[in-house]
Design a protein around this ligand. Sequence first.
Ligand SMILES: [Ca+2]
Ligand SMILES: [Ca+2]
Ligand SMILES: [Ca+2]
Ligand SMILES: [Ca+2]
Length: 447
Amino acid sequence: MKCTNSKLKCESAFFPNKSGNLIARHLFSRIKALNNKLILILISLSFLSTSCMQDKHAKSKINASMFQHHYITQDLPGEAWSGYGCPTLADFDNDGDLDYSFSEKKNLYWFENTGITGWEMHDVGALSITTLGANVMDVNKDGWPDIVIGGYWFSNSKEPSTEKFTKYQYDDRIKSEIHDIVIKDIDGDGINDILVLGDKEGLFWYKVPENACRNNNWERTIITLDVLKENEHIHAGFFPNGVGDLDGDGDNDIVLPDRWLENNSNGLEWKKHQLPFGKRGRYGLSSRSWIIDLDKDGDQDIVMTDCDQQASRIAWLESSGGATPTFITHFLPMSALGIRGSFHTLFVGDMDNDGDKDILTCDQEDDSLLPEGANPRWYIWENVSEGTHIRFVEKVILDMKLGGHDALVGDADGDGDLDIFSKVWHLWTESANNGVEHGDYIENLLK
Ligand SMILES: [Ca+2]
Ligand SMILES: [Ca+2]
Ligand SMILES: [Ca+2]
Ligand SMILES: [Ca+2]
């Protein structure tokens, strides 16, 4: 058979007779119909998956209109340009709502929550050393929250609105700033201990004695003095939540910017393991960390930011699990314009009440560590994970020439969503508060 039509040639090649041609045409049209159906199915599937993703984004609630900024204070007594430290969040007057504390160089204040726009300032007491790190603990077990800072603790007077706290010294060897303080059980007796880090002091933990209400050096255990070494110089690392059980053996380990320390022998011996994070800035290695099982596979992962340096990064470090876990760094995407400043804040929690953990940070308000090409801003990396595919999207939640430093998160107005408390570290003349120090309450408007 002579034929020039290539399609016919093709069919004839397979089915050389007339009935064969009919069968072939029938089959061919069936295949074509099936192909069309297949294409339709594929298109529908791809449309479905796109619309699922769009749905996921449509469900995404986090944006700048979800938050409202209020000042807690727009000026403190005295003159200072830097060193606003000691942020803590607790119900200091035991009236059922969260209050906030922070200090200037010489004095510590607490701010009584008297309604969202009303914050009444009270004295906690005088500082002996300008310092940053602080945390809340009921040191003397009287049911009232006390404040622990480097070398000292302030005992709640039980009438904190009218009476200052009482200051006790627990370590007279501390002569300089303590940067990180975390309260966790280190020796495994079920009672919380105090971990402190100062880059001119070292990394220690303390056992709180029975009779803590006196000036007396507490039992101190050195975890490492490597942080002091010139070639190591570790400025910060485990605040606010970088103490936890990374190797699943039941005791609390410690995160530093480029390593984790394995707790052996109930806090008496520590073994160093490398971590794939940590960037060196003008203050050395410095980070904020948060231990959490982010991918819900049963082992503890770590969320980390760089701090005390420009171009800070943010990442989650995925644990391999096992007795000596290793970690893979997943940097979080940044889409907003500009180079980031110093991410001296970290919180991991459900900011939009959709059941998954989001990640909060902000640029530090500090004229020596500003972002480039943008103002200091506040960010939430919204969790848009699908199943085991962990994914975050960067959202700018506040952009009004106000940055923050070691912000803390809690439900301040009792409406069921998480609000943000912060303060400045180092004044910036161009701030929205005209270069004056400020404390901030960023209200979550979700509810
Ligand atoms: Ca209160
Ligand atoms: Ca452990
Ligand atoms: Ca995990
Ligand atoms: Ca969430």
